[in-house]
Design a protein around this ligand. Structure first.
Ligand code: PDD
Length: 285
């Protein structure tokens, strides 16, 4: 299957897409990205992804490649050209190409800007039906996880460690508390049915799905506590789940070999998933 992808102003077949070997995204991971979910041809939480992109660019003093309106138009063009009904659009901005140097290239070097689609069959998945089994790993990432950079080597290693153990994903732990999953935010549900998730800080990515879930939970009358939790608390919780543009809301049913609750996806995760998908579709662009 050949997709049409976007590279620096051009729509081209994926086989013809080219970036310089000197691109700083490749040599220094000097780049930020966004992943926007697509359901029934609609872009979910697009303004949220744009707001976070702006913040990531500003934090790294990366030049902006286009306005929000232009970026929306590129998303729509890619949806249409690839007849994408369900899946994602990946977007990445790098500091552009220049001879390898730790010092940034001079002002005016154009950023590299690429987008491509990834298709999926629908919103349902085995993970959503059966729940995820996760393992814990130390969180060895850098300290600015609030910036959505493409430095994904450690999360990828952590995911591979989970796969090596025959499991689905890893939760990262720092100073005794869970930070987040390899590519998702982490939550537990207490015996008194309160949803607990770590508060926003530089320690985690400020998930766009997280913001929507916390709004949806409050509207549904569910109580939310933003505070850190330990692995032991998670293992003894009634439910656990993760959220992301890829997973929406996906239950976690096992942590380091111990079942969470009765070891099956729980009603609160299921309810929040339904609330999220309804709202995201209603507000999707
Ligand atoms: N990952 N935490 C981390 C470390 C992430 O990489 C992600 C997203 C999230 C959830 O953020 P959001 O709800 O905005 O998707 C939390 C994307 C999906 C990825 O890397 O594919």
């Amino acid at each position: 299957m050949s997709r049409i992808v976007y590279v620096n102003g051009a729509y081209v077949p994926e086989e013809e897409a080219k970036l310089s070997i000197f691109d700083r995204g490749l040599l220094f991971a000097d780049a930020v990205y966004e992943v926007t979910a697509v359901i029934e041809r609609k872009l979910l939480d697009f303004p949220g992804h744009m707001a976070r992109l702006r913040r990531s660019l500003a934090e790294l003093r990366l030049p902006s490649p286009a306005t929000d309106e232009e970026i929306l138009a590129i998303h729509r063009e890619l949806l249409q050209r690839n007849a994408l009904t369900f899946g994602h659009i990946y977007l990445m901005v790098t500091r552009g190409a220049a001879d390898r140097d730790f010092v940034w290239p001079k002002d005016g070097t154009p950023p590299s800007f690429i987008l491509f689609t990834q298709a999926r069959d629908g919103v349902e998945s085995r993970e959503a039906r059966e729940g995820l089994r996760v393992v814990s790993v130390p969180d060895l990432r850098w300290a600015r996880r609030d910036i959505k950079t493409v430095q994904l080597l450690y999360p990828s290693l952590a995911k591979m460690e989970a796969k090596r153990q025959g499991k689905d994903d890893a939760w990262m732990v720092e100073d005794g508390f869970v930070t987040e999953g390899t590519s998702n935010n982490a939550y537990i549900v207490t015996e008194s049915e309160r949803i607990v998730t770590r508060a926003l800080s530089n320690a985690i990515l400020h998930g766009i799905t997280r913001a929507a879930i916390l709004r949806g939970a409050a509207e549904a009358g569910l109580e939310v506590e933003e505070r850190p939790f330990t692995l032991a608390e998670a293992q003894g919780a009634r439910e656990a789940f993760v959220t992301s543009a890829g997973a929406f809301v996906t239950p976690v049913v096992e942590i380091d070999g111990l079942p969470v609750g009765d070891g099956a996806p729980g009603p609160i995760a299921r309810r929040l998933r339904a609330i999220y998908l309804d709202e995201a579709l209603r507000t999707g662009l």
